[in-house]
Write a protein that binds this ligand. Sequence first.
Ligand code: ADP
Length: 250
Amino acid sequence: MNVIQADDVKKYFSHAGYGDEKVKAVDNVSLTVEDGEVVVICGPSGSGKSTFLRCINRIEDHIDHGDILFCDKSIYEIKRTELRKEIGMVFQSYNLFHHLTILDNVILGLVHVLKMNRKEAIDEAMVLLERVGVHDKAKNYPRELSGGQQQRVAICRSLAMKPKLILFDEPTSALDPEMIKEVLDVMRQLAQSGMTMIIVTHEIGFAKEVADRIIFFSDGKIIEQGTPLEIINSPKEKRTENFFRHVIHE
Ligand code: ADP
């Protein structure tokens, strides 16, 4: 089954000082993501990767053309609150509530969205915090955790909603190298557990190891897609080859 099917999606932005000319952030993007698949999206900065993810869970609530289906139903026919339960998103900055403890950050959705009682929610949250290795920080506040630990809590908060799909938007790009590994380890475990994931990242070693498919974006368009070996080791397009040569030697 396709978890996501994007059909000829276009998302344009108006730009101050450009008159009627629009920025084609996402342009003619069609793709499918199957249940259990791990898809990595790579591409230069400004190529529309983040906008495309934001269209999938309707942070960008309007697209200029096309449709996006989630489990065969248009996302525009699904209530936004429902969609947010089914599609988790982990951002570059962890976006935790700083006035709440780690545990309260994780149980928030369980209590208020899934309507679980507090005791059950705590039990469930503690299992998840243990799974990502930060259960000993349950009573701490976000500022008392490292960036990597906060990002693992953000993943945990997403997982708590039992989503069918998790979108990751450069989840490690704000982290120091040793913390990057911690977060990638959690994501690797998730991939192994069969979670459907769409990941925007520049971590090419990780992508090579974990991705079922890599999609290369440039100028809002899909330039090519294939297995990591096809896309990284023998790309057909010059733009893809240049990008990976540059990223790998960075
Ligand atoms: P990437 O994630 O690949 O770096 P983005 O999706 O962030 O790329 O951006 C794609 C293009 O859309 C860029 O030219 C960016 O400046 C533009 N863009 C993104 N969001 C907005 C916005 N809210 N308003 C205007 N332009 C935007």
